[in-house]
Ligand binder design. Structure first.
Ligand code: SAH
Ligand code: SF4
Length: 411
């Protein structure tokens, strides 16, 4: 296990192991086929002088049967398999730690570079719903995040780099593969039913890589997921919401967290660039794009409940007004504290009262279940698990320490 990684063992006692060898072995500098969209793979095969349909065949081997060895691809000629082995590879990011809980939750820490903090985490959360067993994977899109929301530990880590399509789709590949490792290739199935782009990073600021990864999620030759079961969560990069509406049909979640500009400027600083009115208008355009045929019947509004900050009755009233003309479902997220966090979690009673105001006005409003804080903490605030040595994090810790010192001397 990397010394940079500290994974809580609470509630994660069943199958916890450090992984010192990469799960997928391959030589360096080969072309990695894992993150290629269908169009890219078709071009790749055409450039090799092969027929386009090879792309679909290879995609199925990779994304539906979780095969990384070309020798196992039995419907591909021996000659082509040999050629592929020489020039390409199928390689997910290296797993440095994995953690399988008794309650079904699974976590992976991936190494995506040489730097000390070059780690991202992926979490799988199982649940029962009307349609049966759901397995939702929370996927990261960047190492760190540049947007610095005041309640988010990923933001406190600063931005390091964008993930590549192979690193993004590799998280889904690995989660599915983890259920099929022991299953004969011909009997393998895709297990993950839902994806939320709610791990580390702002997905709309790594647009191209996130888009091609989501195309693979929806592609019938890859994961073939329903468009309603792939959700992109954004803090509100308005121009990219419009671009997304043109490019793909997935569900949209907005990290709103405040019902007025003054408070949102403080909690979600990108609001200074794209204030609430612009954000709500972009959501309305997103829903208007394809009418009822699409996944776009509503947006999900995420609202983190911060004690005494955004959880008062007047905030609920403002939220009602703000969302009046936007078909939306609201998800209240009890705040997950992290070291040096300047906020506390709203009390259960406060959250329920807030929910009641919204439900009474006709909104579908749910409270996100906390299934053990160590698990929830990983979705959207990963810094507790991942080393945090950036300058921004250091400056921020200093500032918090100074404030605490002032409070101590005053009190
Ligand atoms: N950058 C994107 C997606 C990643 S964050 C976005 O902001 O939407 C995923 C979700 O977790 C967001 O709604 C985010 O606001 C929320 N989140 C971040 N830190 C949190 C914390 N400490 N407690 C609860 N939710 C948090
Ligand atoms: Fe970035 Fe999202 Fe965290 Fe804000 S909440 S800092 S946008 S990861």
């Amino acid at each position: 296990m990397s010394s940079a990684v500290v994974v809580s063992s609470e509630n994660l006692d069943e199958k916890q192991q450090s992984v010192s060898t990469p799960v997928v072995h391959a030589a360096e500098k080969k072309v990695n086929l894992l993150g290629m969209s269908r169009a890219e793979l078709e071009k790749f095969f055409e450039d090799l002088g092969e027929k386009k349909f090879r792309a679909g065949q290879v995609m199925k081997w990779i994304h539906q049967y979780f095969v990384t060895d070309f020798a196992e691809m039995s419907n591909i000629s021996g000659k082509l398999r040999e050629k592929l082995e020489k020039i390409c590879e199928i390689k997910a990011p290296d797993v440095v730690h994995r953690n399988y809980s008794k309650d079904g939750t699974r976590k992976w820490v991936f190494r995506v570079g040489d730097g000390e903090g070059s780690l991202v985490e992926t979490v799988l959360i199982p649940a029962e719903d009307k349609t049966g067993a759901r397995k939702t994977l929370c996927i990261s899109s960047q190492v760190g995040c540049a947007l610095d929301c005041s309640f988010c530990s990923t933001g406190k880590q600063g931005f390091q780099r964008d993930l590549t399509p192979a690193e993004i789709i590799g998280q889904l590949w690995m989660a599915n593969y983890s259920y099929m490792e022991e299953v004969p290739v011909a009997e393998r199935e895709r297990t993950v039913t839902n994806v939320v782009m709610m791990g580390m990073g702002e997905p709309l600021l790594n647009y191209d890589a996130v888009l091609s990864s989501m195309q693979l999620m929806l592609d019938d030759f890859a994961y073939g997921m329903s468009k309603r079961r792939v959700t992109l969560s954004t803090s509100g990069v308005v121009p990219k919401i419009d671009q997304l509406a043109q490019d793909i049909d997935v569900a949209l979640a907005i990290s709103l967290h405040a019902p007025n500009d003054e408070l949102r400027n403080e909690l979600v600083p990108i609001n200074k660039k794209y204030p609430l009115q612009q954000l709500i208008a972009a959501c309305q355009r997103y829903l208007a794009k394809d009418g009822n045929e699409s996944s776009r019947r509503h947006v999900t509004i995420e609202y983190v409940m911060l004690d005494g900050v955004n959880d008062k009755p007047e905030h609920a009233q403002q939220l009602l007004k703000l969302l009046k003309n936007l078909p939306s479902k609201i998800n209240l997220i009890p705040f997950n504290p992290f070291p040096h966090a300047p906020y506390g979690r709203s009390s259960r009673n406060r959250i329920i009262a807030f929910q009641k105001t919204l439900s009474d006005a006709g909104f579908v409003c749910t409270i996100r279940q906390t299934r053990g804080d160590d698990i929830d903490a990983a979705c959207g605030q990963l810094v507790g698990q991942v080393a945090d040595r950036t300058r921004r994090a250091e400056q921020w810790k200093k500032k918090v320490a100074q404030q605490q010192e002032i409070l101590r001397t005053q009190g």
